[in-house]
Design a binder for this molecule. Structure first.
Ligand code: NAI
Length: 320
């Protein structure tokens, strides 16, 4: 297939690009003409230590293949310094891939405040700091593409990852609000839940699975979403081993109780089947806070009135 999706003239920051998924993203952008800031703190996958080697090796790989790249060794907590590296080297920033991450897996019962806080620092505060520093540049140039990296653990929960799940889902909310705020300035933000073999997953997934989970099978979605041709914005994707799919919220039709009657837990119990039923043909897929509130606002009209007060049949909802 013709490789038309080029990034010539674009400057891409990839955080945590010294290995795993970030390395794959950085190499791919470099191969398609972008100038790449290869950021990596170079610590362990649990966040200990630091080294310049991780970023340097990837910069060398990009350059050896004829591409343009500079290293940056700052933590994402100093996101402004990473953006500064891009501005000093190339005078612009067009694309940010918030990918850096660590794990501190431990059951919630044994989790310390420190293990909770550091995960939020790196994943949430780190993505915030890098993006915040680039945002005015994106707004001014009326172009920006941002990819955040969530996880299945964030979307569905995972044993031993209360800190990581909470932080990763925070990035979904971050994505969806940036998507709204950036849209008028051609700044599009999306979030991926990848699955790939890396030092982060090599100890938890079986070897035969790891062999099918190449980071290079995640990166093309990232490239597409970051290209000027793509107008996808505020979306969540699951991606890995060549599979790419989009997620959305689903809400049951629910049940509306009369607004002028005392609502008791017994009423909820009585209607539980209907409140939780996704299969009765009434489920919807809200995409905004406005759509989220529709069911609630519609129920403002659900008044039982005098008839119910007098003990006659109650008007409780569309199906009684
Ligand atoms: P990895 O450990 O190979 O890569 C993460 C990179 O981030 C490392 O090179 C590390 O040095 C760097 N890093 C860590 N803290 C940093 C900091 N404060 N500042 C700058 N760089 C820092 O792991 P992998 O798997 O490539 O993970 C990449 C992202 O994808 C992470 O956000 C991870 O949570 C996410 N993810 C990965 C999955 C997978 O299947 N590999 C599954 C779901 C999410």
């Amino acid at each position: 297939m013709a490789q038309n999706l080029r990034f010539d003239g674009r400057v891409v920051i990839v955080t945590g690009a010294g290995g795993g998924l970030g390395r794959s993203h950085a190499l791919a952008f470099g191969a398609r003409g972008a100038s790449v800031v290869v950021n990596d703190l170079g610590g362990s996958f649990t966040g200990e230590g630091a080294s310049t080697r991780a970023a340097d090796v990837v910069v060398e790989e990009i350059r050896a293949a004829g591409g343009k790249a500079v290293p940056n060794y700052d933590s994402v907590l100093d996101g402004d310094k990473i953006v500064e590296t891009a501005m000093k080297a190339y005078g612009r920033v067009d694309i940010i891939i918030n990918n850096a991450g660590i794990l501190k897996d431990v059951s919630f019962a044994r989790m310390t405040d420190q293990q909770w806080d550091i995960i939020f620092q790196v994943h949430v505060h780190g993505a915030y700091k890098v993006t915040k520093a680039a945002w005015p540049i994106f707004k001014k140039q009326k172009f920006g593409r941002i990819i955040n990296t969530t996880s299945a653990a964030g979307l569905y929960g995972n044993f031993g990852q209360a800190n990581y799940s909470a932080a990763k889902l925070a990035l979904v909310g971050f994505t969806q609000t940036l998507a709204l705020e950036g849209k008028k300035d051609n700044i599009y933000t999306n979030v991926i839940a990848p699955m790939a073999a890396s030092r982060m997953t090599e100890t938890v997934l079986p070897p035969d699975m790891l062999a099918s989970l190449k980071p290079e099978m995640v990166t093309p979605l990232v490239e597409y979403l970051c290209h000027e041709d793509s107008t996808e914005n505020g979306s969540i994707f699951e991606v890995g081993a060549g599979y790419v799919g989009k997620l959305r919220w689903e809400r049951t039709g629910g049940h509306g109780f009369p607004i002028d009657r005392t609502l008791l837990p017994e009423h909820i119990q009585e209607r539980w089947e209907k409140i939780t039923n996704f299969e009765d043909g009434r489920a919807t897929h809200p995409t905004s806070t406005q759509e989220s509130m529709e069911g609630i606002i519609a129920n403002f009209e659900n008044v039982a009135g005098e008839a119910a007060a007098a003990g006659r049949p109650r008007v409780v909802s569309e199906d009684g």
